[in-house]
Design a protein around this ligand. Structure first.
Ligand SMILES: O=C(O)C(=O)C[C@H](O)[C@H](O)COP(=O)(O)O
Length: 213
């Protein structure tokens, strides 16, 4: 898959809803009901971070939920790419980008949303063909005003800001011309997942899905 094709696919996925839930799931038993609640609330694209031992099994379980589009986050190495793809991930997300990681995703036909936090990083990815990128860590790297400043010199690059995005600031990002969607963990709070409050998570998802963009 070429970087251009990967970005087209990433754009399609980002356009499904204003928010992509960023999920840190410890217990595979939570995977099915959590994905079902988020999808029912209107958030079909799900990013499962490879930050827990259960993550690959969680991806496999979530991939069975109808209407869901399940990706793997925290991709750092070519090995991560292979494991994510084998588990059933249909897209990948990375906090930054290395040539080895980009090569691996292109070879594995895994559409990637690669991370960038500066103009130079975004330009490098754009030069290779990645027109849709994750802006990470969004709040710490300069927030919505930083991203707004990139839109004039880099109008052809679109972003999914992630990291510190919340219901308080999501609108600031989503109203920018160079933002397609945003990523955030607030729609699946740890305590609600642990207690199995799927109705509460569906409500949070519905609120996020209704955010204007
Ligand atoms: O593990 C990764 O690759 C990530 O994507 C990190 C996430 O962007 C943040 O964990 C977002 O988390 P919040 O700031 O809580 O919304």
């Amino acid at each position: 898959m070429t970087p251009t094709e990967a970005s087209e696919k990433a754009l399609e996925i980002c356009q499904l809803a204003p928010i992509v839930p960023v999920l840190v799931v410890e217990d595979v038993a939570h995977a099915g009901p959590l994905a079902a609640a988020l999808v029912a609330g209107g958030l079909p694209a799900l990013e499962v971070t490879l930050r827990t031992d259960a993550a690959l099994e969680v991806i496999a379980e979530m991939a069975r939920i109808e209407g869901g589009v399940v990706g793997a986050g925290t991709l750092l190495t070519p090995e991560d790419v292979k494991r994510a793809k084998d588990a059933g991930a249909t897209f990948g997300v990375s906090p930054g980008a290395t040539d080895r990681l980009l090569d691996a995703c292109e070879e594995a036909d895994l559409p990637l949303l690669p991370g960038a936090a500066t103009a130079s990083e975004a330009m490098r990815l754009f030069e290779r063909g990645y027109t849709v990128q994750k802006f990470f860590p969004a709040e710490a790297a300069g927030g919505a005003s930083f991203l707004k400043s990139l839109s004039s010199p880099l109008p052809l690059i679109r972003f999914c800001p992630t990291g510190g995005v919340s219901p308080k600031n999501a609108r600031d990002y989503l109203s920018l011309p160079n933002v397609v969607c945003a990523g955030g963990s607030w729609v699946a709070p740890k305590e609600m997942v642990a207690s199995g409050d799927w109705a509460g998570i569906e409500r949070l998802a519905a609120e996020a899905a209704a955010l204007p963009r």
